[in-house]
Design a protein around this ligand. Sequence first.
Ligand code: 9WO
Length: 247
Amino acid sequence: MHIQAITLFPEMFSALTQSGVTARALHKDLWQFEAINPRQFADNALGYVDDRPFGGGPGMIMMAPPLQAAIEAAQASCPQAQLVYMSPQGQPLTHNMVAKLAEKPGLTVVCGRYEGIDERVLEINDIEQISIGDFVVSGGELPAMMLMDAVIRLLPGALGDAQSALEDSFVNGLLDCPHYTRPVEFRGVGVPDILRGGNHGLIAQWRLIQSLSRTLARRPDLLASRVFTPEESRLLHAIKQEERDVP
Ligand code: 9WO
């Protein structure tokens, strides 16, 4: 997959290209990275890419001409790529959206700085806007890297087989269950006996119960839009019943 970032800070992306699963996937040639800096396309001698907002107010706005030139350079090198802009005004990112993006041949992520970009760039290029949460950070680069990381780890071959199976966790629309490793006792706190008993049927059921009750307690919105297997319905009913008995 060809991944491009349109950014005033290309060096930030070394977090993805130099560490962990994403760096290994790059070395395996599962993805290629290209940063395009709008500053290269500034048509003034000083190389500025921002200007004051029409209508007044604090801060600066990324100007349309250098940003548009950067987008066109990106599209020339990867015409089939999906174009997105990281913004708190975008659609909230979900696993489903990540999985769809992972199937595309390319992804071009526009990263804003200052107080945002000239709206006409979004309009002219019909850019999909994506949010990673209801908060503001100082630029689109970190949100872009979160999107890219989520996409890259889904590329076939990026994770080992064992890890890929674990991926089922969020794919199945529930929160993950608790995890434990050695030592058996830590600061006086033990590990649930079931996990050490070797009965894999019971272990799977314990994990499902944990996932269901956590999701019910912390993210009931996830349960509202989910279809349940008969076993899940039965367990969820029992969990709710127990809540009423032991309030
Ligand atoms: C900065 C600012 C300063 C004073 C008054 C209002 C202000 N708004 C902003 C602002 O929204 N800046 C953004 C910084 C401009 C676009 C890129 N930036 C950004 C993207 N911050 N947070 C995101 C983001 C992207 C996706 N999901 C969550 C947050």
